[in-house]
Design a binder for this molecule. Structure first.
Ligand code: NAD
Ligand code: TYD
Length: 357
């Protein structure tokens, strides 16, 4: 029976992953969630899970950079799988202040790897899975897709810190024989997404009749993956993926940012017609679209070739963008308390300080 240490499980993807594993996979072991609860960590994401899975779900507030903390947890719970999500994850924040990204994403991953190497002491029936991003590959021109063999070319402090952590994980696999796997995934969206990233930010701003900021010309392209599809891919890799391998995970859904924002406007119009939303003051949702100064060093296009995971592990994305966006909008509308709590916390303070637009 597996005992899994999930790092960063109070964040967006980590909390969806814990929910997915406990509710959807038939897994009957234990999950320990180690999370520092930065501005992006929200234990409310798993409040129901905490109640429902007493004894099988354990939350520990702590920092992955603390080697002793991590080693202590590995020993105490007899951990056999590490699913490593914890990270500073927002590119804009990495531009304003890269230090925490270097600390958590690089030093934190190093401390986890060291603790796993010490505790597992050469065992092969264990797994260290590192969750990473397609942003490590850099920016594409009009054509082409990132493959697992694409040379690394990170361009933001965020992607550079993730690239560095990927290299460390791979090195521990090669040098010490630690059974590692890595997934490099495209942009996720779905429930519990912290509203600093494009999709949740646009949904909540639109509902309040506030501007929908589109960076630069809005023609940058991202590939979008519904978070539950990502969780399924990670679970598949942990259980069936070959140690030492990297798998690219994508949504087969390349879209220009401006089209994503227009899609959000359409999804909202279906759910809460603008004419019935007093905050809109007679405007249409699309009238809120506002072009703003571009992000420094903004990558132009990401696209993922996920044929390896499809061929080797039989994984593919199932949720189409229109359906996923509809579910996401519905989730934000159905959870006003979550939204209020997030928006009155650190998020609000940070936004006020750093975003004058
Ligand atoms: P998130 O910012 O929502 O959550 C990160 C979590 O990590 C938070 O709960 C935070 O409290 C925790 N954390 C931060 N520093 C920590 C530390 N030092 N010790 C312990 N916990 C700490 O991020 P996310 O969007 O859920 O991303 C999860 C992982 O997936 C990250 O590694 C990210 O690089 C990767 N990823 C994200 C996306 C995406 O679209 N969101 C795409 C590809 C890869
Ligand atoms: P984001 O959600 O921050 O994810 P990432 O930078 O990891 O891809 O941004 C997605 C895209 O949307 C990216 O090209 C930047 C752009 N963007 C905007 O145009 N406006 C916004 O307010 C935000 C947050 C992002």
């Amino acid at each position: 029976m597996k005992t899994i240490l999930v790092t960063g499980g109070a964040g967006f993807i980590g909390s969806n992953f814990i929910r997915y594993v406990l509710e959807r996979t038939g897994f009957n072991g234990k999950i320990v969630n180690l999370d520092k609860l930065t501005y992006a960590g929200n234990p409310e994401n798993l409040a129901d899970i905490q109640k429902k899975y007493k004894g099988r779900y354990v939350f520990v507030k702590g920092d992955i950079c603390g080697y002793d903390t991590v080693l202590g947890l590995l020993k105490k719970h007899g951990i056999t799988t590490v699913a490593h999500f914890a990270a500073e994850s927002h590119v804009d924040r990495s531009i304003f202040g890269p230090k925490d990204f270097i600390e958590t994403n690089i030093h934190g991953t190093f401390s986890l790897l060291e603790a796993a190497r010490t505790f597992w002491a050469g065992r092969r029936d264990v797994r260290f899975h590192h969750v990473s991003t397609d942003e490590v590959y850099g920016s594409l021109g009009k054509t082409g897709k990132f493959k697992e063999t694409t040379p690394y070319d990170p361009r933001s402090p965020y992607s550079a810190s993730k690239a560095s952590s990927d290299h460390l994980v791979r090195a521990y696999g090669h040098t010490y024989g630690l059974p590692v796997t890595i997934s490099n995934c495209s942009n996720n969206y779905g429930p519990y997404h912290f509203p600093e990233k494009l999709i949740p930010l646009a949904i909540l701003n639109a509902l309040e009749g506030r501007p929908l900021p589109v960076y630069g010309d809005g023609l940058q392209v991202r590939d979008w993956l519904y978070v539950e599809d990502h969780c399924a891919a990670i679970w598949r890799i942990i259980n069936k993926g070959r140690a030492g391998e990297t798998y690219n995970v994508g949504g087969a859904c390349e879209m220009k940012n401006i089209d994503v924002v227009k899609g959000i406007c359409r999804a909202l119009e279906r759910a809460v017609p603008a004419r019935r939303n007093k905050a809109l003051n007679g405007k249409a949702y699309a009238d809120l679209i506002t072009y703003v100064k571009d992000r420094a060093g903004h990558d132009r296009r990401y696209a993922i070739d996920f044929s390896k995971i499809k061929k080797e592990l039989g994984w593919q994305p199932y949720v189409r963008f229109g359906a996923g966006l509809g579910k996401t909008v519905d989730w934000y509308l159905a959870n006003p308390e979550w939204v209020k709590n997030v928006k009155t916390g650190e998020y609000r303070k940070w936004l006020t300080k750093n975003y004058t637009r």
